[in-house]
Design a binder for this molecule. Sequence first.
Ligand SMILES: *Cc1c(COP(=O)(O)O)cnc(C)c1O
Length: 350
Amino acid sequence: METYQKYYQLVRDNIKNLVPYSSARHEFTGEAKVHLDANENPNDYHVYNRYPDPLQMKLKKKLSRLKAVAPESIFIGNGSDEAIDILIRIFCNPGQDAIHVLEPTYGMYRVAADINDVQVNTTMLTESFDIDRDQLLDNVRPHDRILWICSPNNPTGNLQDQQIIIDLLRNFPGIVVVDEAYIDFSNEPSMVNIIPDFPNLVVLQTFSKAWGMAGLRCGMAFASPWIIRLMNAVKPPYNVNEYTQRYITGLLDDTVSMRKEVSRILQERDRVIQFLESLEAVTDVFPTDANFVLFRIQNSQEIFAGLKAAGIVVRNRHTTPLCQDCLRVTIGTESENTLFMKQLKILTKK
Ligand SMILES: *Cc1c(COP(=O)(O)O)cnc(C)c1O
């Protein structure tokens, strides 16, 4: 097992030296008769008059059992987008360091880097959207601090090879983030299980997709305790509100409903894929392990506009590298998908 020292030196000095804000809820965590320490309103005609648990321990204990990961290896964020921003702020000095992304991929890595004045270095995925391991390692620059691997990848939908990811964990000289936002739609095991072997691994997951909770804003990061401690020190003290903490904690008792919903979506996905493959205008339907399908279609911009005019919004990926003439469609309800297919059929016959 590797020690984390070699990666700890990548942490920004101001973060190493940070004295985190110590809230009332941090300093006193036990049960008390009277809480007069946080300037809260004492009227408890509902449960929201008190500040929430800054470390979300009830939620983490349940999640810990579900994921077989220790609570000390779990970070909960206001969406996984918060975790993305926090990781960049921990490891990348503004105006000096860089992240490395594999294009085409999720746009937030770049936006979060831009906001933090952190450079973005890129390596293209192959034509089939796989990682070219040698090309990537060739492209790594001295100031690259974080490598972002999205698997299944957004917007392409495909999984990345776990053996290549493990190779990169060994050979990329910084932090490797594996974004598993869509992992519950695939049969691939999560990489959370190998966290004890790789002190530079961070796995992101979210309640926004398979769990159907995008509106609540709740995301997860799993990593070695040394990274989680830093993330907790940098996050706003009360980043996940009381309602969300309670709701998600309850939700974790019912993985059966989540699984059912996922299999319904996967069935619908098969129907949409079959339909797309039957259209002559569709020249590529890319393999997907997520709740969306990327496809290439003739006259993509007219098709996109035609769908929009009919009130059906899909994602236009035409200007994304390697995605010329591609549209990304999210799998909706049965009737939504039917509407999409009917309209697409009409538009391709014009
Ligand atoms: C949707 C998505 C997320 C989720 O972000 P949240 O802030 O948790 O809603 C993260 N990564 C990828 C690749 C996504 O597509």
